[in-house]
Write a protein that binds this ligand. Structure first.
Ligand code: GDP
Length: 194
């Protein structure tokens, strides 16, 4: 699909508001500040389409983008410490609500910061995807912050920490430098055309 042909579709504040899938969907999940908006903008060749957060975790909505007639779904960033219990509850309602619906899940892209050991929430997210048998891939973000050698080391450490089975694709990405973006587009294309 043509990633240049991208536009914002809609934002939803509760999972009940979500419309039924209109075709295979690719969703993006990760902790707040992981670089999700930056990655989405890079994928869609559009700088300001997904809002890069100055206040992490501020807006908890599910945002739908249309890319060449296919839905890309941006889930709210989880794990921002400085939000209220109510806001955290809203986050889980949205994310669990979305994945518990009977939708056409083509691929879940689970974002993890390449510099850090996955958090408990990251591990929960990936475990949930494995338990639910959803097709998913890991995008390691902010690779430009590490040397190539450190990237390799962290990739292996994160794979181990997440207990990932062999077949799960892991893409090392940098929205700053463009690493891994074409590879991620190719994965998304394959998932949608399956
Ligand atoms: P989100 O909260 O997951 O949507 O994360 P954002 O895309 O808003 O990014 C959070 C912060 O990380 C911002 O200051 C970005 O400029 C920075 N960031 C995102 N991606 C990269 C990257 O690939 N490399 C570097 N060096 N910084 C990044």
């Amino acid at each position: 699909m043509n990633f240049h042909n991208a536009s914002f579709k809609a934002a939803y504040g509760t999972s009940e508001q979500l419309p039924a899938s209109t075709g295979p969907e690719v969703s993006f999940a990760g902790r707040s500040n992981v670089g999700k908006s930056s990655l989405l903008n890079k994928l869609m060749y559009r700088k300001g389409l997904a809002k890069v957060s100055s206040t992490p975790g501020k807006t908890a909505t599910i945002n739908f983008y249309d890319v060449d007639g296919h839905d890309l779904v941006d889930l709210p960033g989880y794990g921002y410490a400085k939000v209220s219990k109510v806001e955290k509850g809203r986050w889980s309602e949205l994310i669990e609500g979305y994945y518990n619906q009977d939708r056409d899940f083509a691929l879940v892209v689970s974002l993890i910061d390449i510099r850090h050991e996955p958090s408990a929430l990251d591990r929960n997210m990936v475990q949930f995807l494995m338990d639910a048998e959803l097709p998913f891939a890991i995008a390691l973000t902010k690779a430009d912050k590490l040397s190539k050698q450190q990237q390799m080391k962290q990739r292996a450490a994160i794979k181990k920490a997440l207990k990932l089975p062999g077949g799960v694709p892991m893409v090392v990405t940098s929205s700053e430098k463009g690493d891994g973006i074409d590879e991620l587009r190719a994965l998304i294309n394959r998932a949608i055309e399956r």
